[in-house]
Design a protein around this ligand. Structure first.
Ligand code: IPE
Ligand code: MG
Length: 218
């Protein structure tokens, strides 16, 4: 989810207002994804690097996140969507961590779609954590294969990324799902995140449907 700040700047509004509109886009994209039958949707909300932003923006984002986690509970329940946080729980403000835990627990039985929300997420850190977990569990080198490593990532049993959508025209991966996106199809749109919405998702899926995936084969 990128481009909230630019979306607001284009209108002479504060960046915070851009993030608010970004939350509305999440709502719409989530519902559309469930409707078209996507099984896993991952959204990158806040990276391990985003703490470098001005304190006022960080605290506004955290407050908005808490509001979101509470307000969207009925929507997730009504649409059969399981909520799953990916990221480092250690560095999260206590209130955010508590709201995440509540939402995960209340939606744990739902299985139409899983919504992975990346908060305090960084892929390198995730890989390091998985490596530490292997060591802490005393896993023998001979037993460490791709499947064993993958299941220790924060994404756990979730499948690899099929389609990676980047809004606001940026051509970077920005430390997102590096392991999981090894064979992901890339889709870059100039659309800023607050304008992405259901139609944006449909266009991305149409483009994806035209791709021929060979996974290194012929
Ligand atoms: C949203 O967009 C991403 C978040 C970290 C919430 P940005 O805040 O990165 O918006 P731009 O890139 O400044 O337009
Ligand atoms: Mg940005």
């Amino acid at each position: 989810m990128d481009g909230n700040g630019r979306w607001a700047a284009q209108r002479g509004w504060t960046r915070i207002k851009g993030h608010k509109m970004g939350v509305q886009a999440v709502d719409e994209v989530l519902e559309e994804a469930a409707r078209v039958g996507i099984r896993h949707l991952s959204l990158y909300a806040f990276s391990t690097e985003n703490w470098k932003r001005p304190a006022a923006e960080v605290s506004a984002l955290m407050a908005m996140l808490r509001m979101y986690l509470r307000a969207f509970m009925p929507k997730l329940m009504a649409n059969g969507i399981r909520f799953h946080h990916i990221g480092d729980k250690e560095g999260l403000p206590a209130g955010v961590a508590a709201d995440i835990a509540t939402l995960e627990a209340r939606t744990a039985h739902l299985d139409r779609m899983t919504f992975h929300l990346a908060v305090n997420y960084g892929s390198r850190l995730e890989i390091l954590h998985a490596a530490r977990k292997c060591l802490a569990e005393g896993l023998a080198a001979a037993d460490l294969d791709e499947a064993a490593f993958q299941q220790r990532l924060w994404t756990g049993a979730a499948p690899d990324v099929d389609l990676l959508i980047r809004t606001s025209g940026e051509l970077r991966i920005s430390n997102f799902l590096l392991w999981q996106a090894a064979y992901a199809e890339f889709y870059v749109t100039e659309t800023l995140w607050p304008d992405f919405r259901a139609g944006g998702l449909r266009e991305a899926l149409e483009a994806y449907a035209q791709r021929e995936r060979r996974f290194g084969g012929l």
